[in-house]
Design a protein around this ligand. Sequence first.
Ligand SMILES: [Zn+2]
Length: 316
Amino acid sequence: MGLSPTEKRIRENLKENLSKLVNEVDLVAEIDDLLETFIGDKKWDEHVVELMEKVVLKPFKNLRIALLVVDFQNDFVSGSLSIKEGDAEEDPIEALPHVNNLLQNMTWNMIVYTQDWHPSNHISFFEHSRNPDRELAPEDKSRKLRPFDIVRFIKPVSTVQVLYPSHCIQGGWGSQLHSELHRIESAQYIKKGNDVYVDAYSAFSDNCGIKQSELEILLRKNDINAVIGCGLAYDICVMHTLKDASKRGFLTSIVRTGSKGLSSLKMDEANEMFQKRGVAIIDDEMARNISTRQAYPIEWIRLLIHQAQIELHGKK
Ligand SMILES: [Zn+2]
């Protein structure tokens, strides 16, 4: 069944507005497909226009972006938990110019540096796994443990934990941000993992999902609705932080060149999760386009159109 002239005009208008957002001729065909799926058996009418305005276009008109620089700390660069020792064979030093480029040459509404910030007897520390104040599950208690083993603690808090070499001890050299990392004066700092018995990979919340940091409040207070992440490690703290950002409804991207990971398997898993959640994996050029509001990742458009689609048709 063909569209009436009015319907056709509405559809063309939306297509044009959405194409401007991605600003890439190669993606126009995909936008066409997205619109087809979105409308399904409904009609292109004023209600649809309002819905698209509200859910898809408005977030870009009011876009306020935070750059999160995750855990760019000495221990992860060249200290006790150096990422270059991982099987992914990635060197954080190579990410540094890209991160500094994001910090020095692009403008963001807010900049946040996060830091892993552990007490000296932290639950994630291999060297302290048999301290008397904590108890391993019987199957782990009775075996020889190695760094990077996954264990279960039953006391004082029941958690599954990867054992790492001691790292990022509060106030020590290892916990300091790398000296060549460019610092923005007005930036905010979030410290995580300060609880002795519960680790925190995400800068939003601890690994049990119970204690929230002040990050979300800080972002909301500044009307931030998009988050660009980079830093260390790609497959652990960056991944968990950005997963949480997307779960909380922020449009989310990871700058691939500004992030280095430990395990190639875990990085693949992270990429799969990013794809599923509409977290765009971007390069420096796309980061610049976003910061200057010239173009946005197709992943963000897909995600928002999908949300509008759910609103239009009710739950899938
Ligand atoms: Zn840690």
